[in-house]
Design a protein around this ligand. Structure first.
Ligand code: HEC
Length: 164
């Protein structure tokens, strides 16, 4: 009985695996770095709702509007202390996060991160201060100076949708 059930289960799974393997999208290095190091919390598409983790999708680009916001993205401990040792590789991943996942939230004319910039900012990780306070201060400035929705004060908007 057990054997038969196991065989039946295998029979069902095997074609599904073959299907998944042949349709698995080719990921770029920045994408697979994101999937490996970040997606467990932030979601494959940058949408972590309803977890108490900021939604990156269509929102994270807003931080690029002011220098301090730009720096915050790299100084976050999960980014600055990332096990990716190469600064160019980390810059590439964060450019995917901001310009890829961030979508329409990126202000016009925002420049991609460079390896040199990332290397410098990594040495100034937000190691001791409260991340909640640091974020609140930066978002306060963003909402005042840029076209940024008030819902950025929270980790996602009321519906768990991208902020508008
Ligand atoms: C263990 C879960 C976890 C992992 C893994 C993780 N993060 Fe986060 N991330 C968080 C939490 C929680 C916050 C909110 C921190 C705070 O209070 O500002 C956050 C904040 C952020 C923010 C700021 C968002 C905002 O709106 O303030 C960015 C950008 C970010 N993470 C990117 C990444 C990247 C890139 C990676 C992979 C290198 C990563 N995170 C890995 C949980 C995680």
């Amino acid at each position: 009985m057990i054997k038969a059930a196991a065989a039946a289960a295998l029979f069902c799974i095997a074609p599904a695996m073959a299907y998944a393997a042949s349709n698995w999208p080719e990921l770029t290095t920045p994408e697979s770095d994101y999937v490996e190091h970040c997606s467990g919390c932030h979601g494959m598409q940058g949408d972590s709702y309803p977890a108490e983790i900021p939604v990156l999708r269509d929102r994270i680009g807003y931080f690029m509007c002011i220098q301090e916001g730009r720096e915050y993205l790299i100084r976050l401990p999960n980014v600055a202390y990332s096990p990716i040792p190469d600064n160019q590789q980390l810059a590439d991943m964060m450019n995917f996060v901001v310009f890829g996942l961030g979508g329409t939230s990126v202000p016009k004319g925002a420049k991609p991160f460079t390896a040199a910039e990332v290397g410098k900012l990594r040495t100034r990780a937000l190691a001791t201060e409260s991340l909640i306070d640091a974020r609140a201060e930066i978002v306060g400035k963003l909402v005042g100076r840029c076209a940024v929705p008030k819902s950025m004060n929270d980790f996602y908007d009321g519906q768990g949708q991208a902020a508008r």
